[in-house]
Design a protein around this ligand. Structure first.
Ligand SMILES: [Zn+2]
Length: 512
């Protein structure tokens, strides 16, 4: 086999999360990885392909630590929805999908993320009533075709939303109780077998698309099922991801069912570890954060989704102080309506700054950028290969156009990347040494053809999911009085005790 030619990137400015400046630097790429980074004039093999990065700011590809590939065809479908209304709307907005639809939904998200400077994601995807080898293969293919990296975790459970919240089923009128029965999930055994089969026959290069296991929400699963998910993930050496303490209603259900927080319960079950990622963690108390930190676990912080669904504001500073690895995500387009990691970084910074007057406790833009790159990389299980532009790391690099208005003037690289940039300066994107976005277009993608395909699919799904939409409209009232009822129960999260003096927490949390 012929030796792959090296690539030398010359003339760009390289951002560094630790510093505020972006120095001129050349990057030598060999194969799919970074060989060397050095000052302008870095020696390179005579036959190296040269990339001119003049007037470009280079940053490591952003990494989305929590999103849902199935949600991309559902953007903008809801407005005043809590998490519980979103879950109830699921069969309508993300249901009745064919294999082709699963591919297309995932693919549209991959295209969006690449165009917005994101090169890898943790995708918690779902199939009803259980994951399938073909479905996961279709989603994996979407990422491989788009040229982006992904950790693909089938989101699995044993109990439907209606079965998982004690009392909710009884609150529905009998005819509706019967109706929601058709939303029953497959038995846990079948679901575990499907995941095992998929992982055994995995055909994708694990450096690009790798599997993981996502027991969706602890109280949607039996303890035995949660344990078996962890055993399966560890047998195949893949990640574990779950939505934990995302909404207050969930917290109240968890306390009722376990007599302790979900995180304390997951610790008892043996789930916590460096391979475990908490999705959201809005309602973690200090002890929960300590548990996660002690086990080297991660939190995927999704500030946009947390606000959009009225879940409150997560305390990323508290997590970092307790050595939790914090990554940043967008959550699904079905609940945060875009997959823009620049926006997520900006919101992570803002959310931190709304939580008290002590500026020392606010996240710095450098911390936010580190979370969206190195922190997310670690959550994905790629901590030693992604998230940095440094020798030995994969060559996943975003090139921003410094002539874009976002950079006029160029005062401070990291502050502007987190607070000013919105994705519109993304000029090109490299994944594994290969340009997948050039001059603001994804290589080889005909956007007009894609738009046509998406519209045809949207139209068909609108018809196919009509009964599910009608069912949602019938249960909406009940869900929307029952779940906020849970959320209004008194519960105080002690986040600012233990040495941190009485800050008023800005989330609605403290006002109930
Ligand atoms: Zn989620």
């Amino acid at each position: 086999m012929a030796k792959q030619r090296a690539t030398i990137v010359r003339g760009g400015r390289l951002i560094n999360a630790g510093g505020q400046r972006a120095e001129a630097a050349d990057i030598l790429i060999t194969g799919d990885s970074i060989g060397e980074v050095g000052p302008p004039g870095l020696p390179a093999p005579a036959d190296a392909v040269a990339i001119d990065a003049r007037d470009r700011l280079m940053h490591p590809g952003l990494i989305n630590a929590h999103m849902h590939g199935h949600g991309n065809l559902a953007k903008g479908m809801g407005d005043r929805w809590t998490l519980e209304l979103l879950l109830a709307a699921g069969p309508w907005i993300t249901g009745s999908r064919t294999l082709e639809d699963k591919y297309l939904s995932t693919y549209v998200g991959a295209i969006e993320m690449l165009l917005k400077g994101c090169t890898a994601c943790y995708d918690l995807t779902v199939e009803f009533p259980l994951p399938s080898v073909d479905g996961l293969d279709a989603c994996g293919r979407a990422y491989a075709d788009a040229g982006m990296r992904a950790v693909l975790a089938p989101m699995v459970a044993e109990f439907s939303f209606y079965e998982a919240i004690p009392g909710l089923l009884d609150a529905l009128p009998p005819p509706l109780q019967k109706e929601v029965e058709r939303l029953r999930l497959a038995p846990g055994e079948a679901t575990l077998n499907a995941m095992r089969q998929s992982m055994q026959g995995w055909t994708f290069d694990r450096a690009q698309v790798r599997p993981a296991v996502a027991p969706t929400i602890p109280h949607h699963c039996s303890d035995d099922f949660m344990r078996r998910c962890a055993t399966l993930a560890r047998e195949f050496d893949v990640g574990l991801h779950s939505h934990v303490q995302e909404s207050k209603a969930q917290v109240m259900v968890g306390l009722k069912r376990y007599g302790k927080t979900q995180t304390a319960h997951l610790q008892d079950l043996g789930l916590l570890g460096p391979d475990f990622t908490v999705g959201h963690g809005v309602w973690l108390d200090h002890d929960d954060m300590q548990r996660l930190g002690d086990h080297g676990a991660s939190v995927a912080h999704n500030p946009g989704s947390n606000m959009r669904l009225g879940n409150g504001l997560a305390d990323a500073r508290g997590m970092l102080e307790r050595k939790v690895n914090v990554g940043i995500g967008t959550d699904g387009a079905n609940c945060s309506d875009n997959l823009n990691m620049y926006e997520s970084m900006r919101l992570a910074s803002m959310v931190s700054k709304t939580q008290g007057p002590d500026t020392d406790r606010w996240l710095t833009t450098g911390e936010v950028l580190a979370a969206a790159t190195q922190g997310s990389a670690r959550a994905l299980g790629f901590g030693d290969r992604l998230g940095r532009i440094a020798p030995g790391y994969k060559a996943d690099i975003v090139f921003l156009d410094l002539h874009n208005v976002n950079w006029l003037p160029f005062n401070n690289a990291v502050n502007q990347l987190v607070h000013t940039e919105d994705g519109s300066a993304v000029h090109s994107v490299m994944v594994g040494g290969r340009m997948v976005v050039e001059d603001r277009r994804v290589t080889g993608v005909d956007m007009a053809a894609l738009a046509q395909r998406v519209e045809k699919t949207r139209e068909r799904l609108e018809g196919a999911t009509r009964p599910n939409k009608q069912l949602f409209e019938q249960v909406e009232q009940v869900v929307n009085s029952f779940c906020p009822g849970l959320a209004k129960m008194p519960y105080h999260v002690d986040r600012f005790g233990g040495g941190h003096h009485g800050h008023e927490h800005a989330a609605w949390v403290k006002r109930v």
